[in-house]
Design a binder for this molecule. Structure first.
Ligand SMILES: [Zn+2]
Length: 856
């Protein structure tokens, strides 16, 4: 699964949890099983007028131990009509919450295979969603789609709804004859009933998979098909949107073949279909052979490079191996699905756009991880302590885990890494796995014992924080490289052991050496013929770390101009940003911004110029605003936002916001306009805020910019944009921004709580999500009662998690506020006492003076 808002996470922070470490958090180990489910046959009719599913679910199963007298399945909100066994005998059953317990007429022996047939009806509130046009959204496509992960398929069919079983499945679905119904595996048969005006699609997934991967999509679609590596590849989009298919899906066939090669294991399923649907609750979901995607991935060229649908598409495709072919046994090991899918986004970028391009994605993910680690929590990636399975789908699982696999590849080297992964996929194909299975597979394939690596990066938490410096010993002709690990080593954060590369550059040559970090303080002695021009620690930025490496200006200037690796040049640019008003520095950054061949370095140079903030730096940035690469222009605009109330910067940003043409740069310009606090910023932002853009990024940026601007007039503007009928992502962003803006205007808080509380009852998931985020941003205790209702009763698990976190954040903010008030009153008391003491001292002094005078 992947989050739709990834691409601008910085804009809408706070999607996930901060509650792992709490001692009252329960342990959630894998579920016990009493039977093996071998096949599911789902024969249903889907009625999109009535928004119902009805039919029969047949489970073929066999007991694990002798004497099985009852079976328990998951069924939420289903109306069960009748349950029979394979002899046609009616069985007794009862429900408790989501548990459906069926009594067997006699005890069954281990291995004895039998069927349980359940006739049922459902009007699902989640699990299967019915989208279509209405008054607010007359153009919305009429499509029904499912979303099973984590445990929501139980809302549309009775099932064993936990990932630690795998079974083959058939979905036989009857729909109105104008629709196509898509499901897992291959289409066995399609029949029409002209009298009833229906069509029936019979899908078979003959390779076992887990329940959350069973999927359904019903609607009218435009379709394009390819073949890749012998595999049929298909892209379905809502009818009328076929024009987007080529741009968005053109790389999928190449991806299928490339992953097969890179992973040393060919695509393991019968087909690969992708289908775009309206208002999907995630960015994408990797059902076996049928990925469902949010239709916002259908982008035009003005967002292509900033958004790049390849990240989402490669992520979901990679799940066909990691997640679907080998599947986590329980939610505590979900990194085996998600970290691999995230890591495969890097693999694809490397393959298609080069290692430098991939590195930027890796570094961006790292930044997001640091933010979660610093502001929320550090947790082991593998843990069974969580409240809701959805808690596990956080930045640790995705972004940190992707980085951990990137480091694993570095530790093993690319060849052994591929050998290990290929063995893991072969050995565990078609199985459920846990973390240790991967460790053992690596050992079997490569002979390498990685206990230490798994221990520090997966079972423990945090990351190394390093202080690095170097000096030159001219007598010994050696570089002395000092490395200190300064993170607080306290459970669960360890002292880290890792190999690291060092690059040394002299006039004559450049070479690398590998050293082993393992102690709190180490000094490495590295031979060199002469004093180096630069010493670069981890020049490819492989290690997930925080680092302070103070260097003098000359070394940084040399490094920015000459270092081969882009990471070293980017670090040099960053370091130079701390030298204010220095002509040589600005000239070097100008050269990097206008001439460096890699866009990531140009962007970093812009950031450094924004830190320097001199008139000369501003002139250079204006030059950079002409860069053809939109990702560099975004960096330039962000940097121009640092020039507070500056007319020249304002003019450039206003022009960028209205005329850049590319959506993401315009979004960045909106935020920069707010950051610069120019008197005309408000009217400028409002004027351009409703222009349509891919995933509404311009409007979303403008909403957040209005919140950051703090102008009370923004409240009405934002309220309007939360209305039903506005695009769902605009509603999400404006509700979030409304809460933030409200936090600066005490008198308006009650009215805003009321407004957001109404949105919590909206039918649209993202409007409700925005309301939760808004109440968190508002930070007002009166919002807690409303959030509590969501935390308890909301059906979509992410939202329960988000509400729980929002409550915690509001309480913490309030406690901090109260603490400040207390501190203030103590301070006031001290000041009073101080004043009193001073006056007493003064009185004493004057008395002493008087006495002294008298004595004179
Ligand atoms: Zn995923």
């Amino acid at each position: 699964m992947s989050d739709l808002l990834d691409s601008c996470r910085g804009l809408v922070l706070g999607a996930f949890d901060r509650t792992f470490a709490s001692p009252e958090t329960p342990e959630q180990p894998p579920r016990d099983k009493t039977f093996r489910l071998t096949h599911l046959r789902l024969e249903v009719r889907v009625d999109d007028d009535a928004k119902t599913v009805s039919g029969t679910a047949v489970h073929r199963l066999s007991p694990i131990n002798d004497g099985l007298r009852e079976i328990t399945l998951d069924a939420a909100d289903l109306t069960i009509r009748r349950i029979t066994d394979d002899a046609g005998k009616v069985l007794e059953w009862e429900t408790h919450g989501d548990a459906l317990t069926v009594r067997l007429p006699r005890a069954r022996k281990a291995g004895e295979s039998f069927e349980v047939r359940i006739r049922y009806e459902a009007k699902p509130r989640i699990g299967l969603f019915f989208m279509g046009p209405d008054k607010g959204y007359p153009k919305r496509a009429r499509i029904a789609w499912s979303q099973g992960e984590a445990m929501e398929n139980r809302y549309w069919f009775p099932s064993y709804d936990y990932p630690n079983q795998r079974f083959t499945s058939e979905v036989i679905v009857t729909v109105a004859d104008r629709y196509v119904a898509l499901s897992n595996g291959r289409l066995v048969k399609e029949t029409r009933d002209s009298r009833r005006r229906t069509r029936t699609f019979h899908w078979l997934q003959d390779k076992p998979h887990s329940n959350y991967l069973v999927a359904l999509a019903v609607g009218e679609f435009d379709l394009k098909e390819w073949t890749a590596d012998g595999v049929p590849v298909q892209a379905y989009v809502p009818k009328g949107k076929g024009g987007f298919i080529d741009r968005c899906f053109r790389n999928t066939p190449e991806m299928v073949a490339a992953f097969g090669k890179m992973l040393g294991f060919r695509y393991p399923w019968d087909k690969y279909a992708q289908v775009c649907v309206p208002d999907f609750t995630a960015g994408g979901m990797e059902n076996t052979t049928l990925t469902i995607l949010h239709e916002y991935c259908l982008t035009d060229e003005k967002a292509y490079w900033d958004y790049n649908p390849d990240d989402l598409l490669s992520h979901e495709l990679a799940h066909m191996w990691f997640g679907d072919w080998v599947t986590t046994k329980s939610w505590g090991h979900i990194w085996l699905n998600e970290s691999f899918a995230t890591f495969c986004e890097y693999l694809w970028r490397e393959h298609k756009y080069g290692a430098d391009d991939a590195l930027v994605a890796i570094l961006d993910d790292r930044t997001q991880y640091f933010e979660e680690a610093e502001t929320r929590y550090k947790r082991p990636i593998v843990t069974h302590k969580f409240v809701d399975a959805s808690d596990m789908f956080d930045v640790h699982t995705y972004q940190k885990g992707g980085n951990v696999l990137h480091m694993l590849r570095f530790v093993l080297g690319p060849d052994l890494f591929q050998k290990a992964i290929s063995h893991y996929l072969t050995k565990h194909g078609g199985q459920n796995v846990e973390t240790n299975d991967l460790k053992v597979a690596i050992e079997e394939a490569t002979g390498r014992n990685l206990d230490w690596f798994f221990d520090e990066w997966l079972y423990k938490a945090g990351h190394p924080e390093l202080e690095v410096s170097w000096s030159w010993d001219d007598k010994a002709k050696q570089v002395l490289l000092k490395v200190k690990q300064t993170q607080e080593v306290k459970d669960p954060v360890p002292l880290f052991r890792m190999p690291v590369e060092i690059e040394i550059a002299t006039d004559a040559r450049v070479w690398r050496e590998r050293v082993q970090l393992e102690k709190a303080e180490q000094v490495f002695h590295l031979d060199a013929p002469a004093r180096p021009k630069a010493v670069m620690f981890d020049p490819d930025a492989v290690l997930l770390k925080k680092i302070t490496f103070k260097k003098d200006k000359d070394e940084l200037l040399w490094q920015l101009a000459n270092a081969k690796s882009v990471a070293a040049r980017m670090q040099a640019a960053e370091g130079l940003g701390t030298f204010l008003s220095d002509d040589r520095v600005v000239a070097a950054l100008r050269k990097a911004l206008t001439k460096d061949k890699f866009w990531g370095v140009r962007r970093e140079a812009a950031t450094a110029l924004g830190e320097i903030r001199s008139a000369e730096a501003r002139e250079v940035l204006l030059e950079g605003a002409k860069d053809k690469e939109s990702r560099v222009r975004r960096g330039v605009y962000r940097a121009l936002g640092k020039f507070r109330e500056d007319d020249v910067a304002f003019k450039a940003l206003a022009k960028a916001y209205m005329e850049d043409g590319w959506y993401y740069p315009m979004q960045t310009a909106a935020l920069a306009l707010a950051e610069a606090r120019h008197p005309k910023a408000f009217e400028t932002i409002v004027k351009g805020m409703d222009r349509p853009s891919q995933a509404e990024v311009v409007t979303r940026g403008a909403c957040m910019a209005l919140a950051n601007l703090r102008d009370e007039k923004g409240i009405e503007v934002l309220k309007e944009r939360t209305a039903y009928g506005r695009p769902e992502l605009v509603r999400f962003a404006s509700a979030t921004a409304l809460g933030k803006l409200g936090s600066f205007h005490e008198k308006r808080r009650d009215e805003i709580v009321e407004h957001l509380a109404a949105l919590l009852r909206d039918t649209n998931y993202r409007a409700r999500y925005g309301a939760v985020m808004g109440l968190e941003e508002l930070g007002y205790t009166k919002g807690i009662a409303e959030l509590e209702k969501t935390a308890e009763r909301e059906l979509i698990a992410h939202l329960r998690v988000a509400a729980r976190l929002a409550i915690k954040a509001v309480r913490e903010k309030h406690a901090e506020g109260a603490k400040k008030v207390e501190q203030q009153s103590e301070l006031d008391k001290l000041k009073d006492e101080n004043k009193e003491l001073k006056s007493r001292v003064a009185a004493l002094e004057s008395r002493i003076e008087t006495i002294a005078k008298r004595r004179k």
